[in-house]
Ligand binder design. Structure first.
Ligand code: F1P
Length: 308
């Protein structure tokens, strides 16, 4: 199922170990296809049109929650809020709480599920995890679970599944994902000092996720903002050697304003933003390599946060 990049095929041939995260990134096009199939088979467990929904998660899973909430509301399926699981307002009335968690062991997610009276659905990577058993309904993605601490394919497969469930035709995104696993990187991983990622609407979640990938995999200085917020302060750090990387629609004039600071402006303009996220994941891993870091052993991180 995993389609290797030619670089990884070469590494393997000469006996150099390929990081798990590289393989997981490369397998996303295949995983997205499986996620689309799963969307039709799990429609009765996912939020129904008209329901008032809260989506919760931590880290990467929270950022996918943010993206999905914006997409669902924009598609007219109903009011949808996204929360870091630790910030879930237990007193609010929701028809359904949707938890996203790869491990199914994250303490804040389990705690939030324990406080709500709403029907609960969990999208989980590990079918034998506590969250998979605790939720009223579970949608299981073991095919997208990962060895890596740093999440890539579970997150994007979850979002593709949810987009397919909203009725989006995600075939083009999947084709573009196959291009994105091979596309040239838009920035020099060894020669870029800082990146600010921008998004608007649902792609704000992707911007946060891209920035988190850079921090997690490579201890690289990265920030993320809604694109219209960028002029309200963050542009002060734009400079030569730094970059602004936008997902989705770009506000009029922004590319020129960034260029005037000497920073590089990155925007594919033609790919589905979720396919663009794959390029950002690859950039994060390439920065780790340029810094001599092992992206499979990110500093201070564990696969999930389990609090005693
Ligand atoms: C959530 C998460 C990861 C993050 C870190 C700790 O995990 O925050 O996104 O990379 O390693 O856990 P999960 O609830 O989706 O399993």
């Amino acid at each position: 199922m995993v389609r290797e990049t030619s670089q990884n095929a070469h590494k393997r041939k000469v006996g150099v170990p390929v990081p798990h995260v590289d393989e997981e990134i490369a397998s996303q096009p295949a995983c997205w296809g499986l996620a689309v199939d799963l969307a039709s088979g799990s429609a009765d467990r996912l939020p129904a049109r008209g329901e008032r929904v809260a989506v919760i998660g931590c880290g990467t899973s929270w950022f996918m929650a943010i993206a999905y909430a914006a997409l669902r509301e924009a598609a007219g399926h109903g009011e949808t809020d996204a929360f870091a699981a630790s910030q879930f307002p237990a007193g609010r009335r929701y028809d359904r709480v949707l938890a996203i968690t790869r491990s199914g062991t994250t303490t804040e997610v389990l705690d939030a599920l324990g406080t709500t009276k709403a029907r609960t659905t969990a999208i989980v990577g590990d079918p034998d995890s506590p969250v998979a058993h605790r939720a009223d309904d579970a949608v299981l993605l073991p095919f997208a679970d990962e060895h890596s601490v740093v999440q890539t394919r579970f997150a994007t497969s979850t979002l593709i599944l949810l987009r397919a469930h909203l009725g989006e035709l995600v075939g083009t995104a999947t084709v573009q994902a196959a291009q994105a696993v091979r596309a040239p990187l838009p920035l020099d991983p060894g020669g870029t000092e800082q990146v600010s990622f921008l998004g608007s609407g649902w792609t704000v979640g992707l911007a946060h996720e891209a920035a988190l990938k850079c921090r997690e995999a490579a201890t690289f200085w990265s920030e993320a903002y809604p694109a219209m917020e960028y002029r309200h302060g963050p542009i002060a750090i734009a400079a030569p050697g730094r970059a602004v990387w936008a997902f989705g629609a770009v506000p009029d004039g922004l590319a020129g304003e960034v260029a005037a600071t000497g920073a590089t402006f990155v925007h594919s303009g033609h790919r589905d933003p979720l396919a663009d996220l794959i390029v950002a994941q690859r950039f994060a891993v390439a920065v780790a390599a340029a810094r001599g870091l092992d992206p499979d052993r990110p500093r201070h991180l564990t696969r999930s946060v389990i609090l005693s």
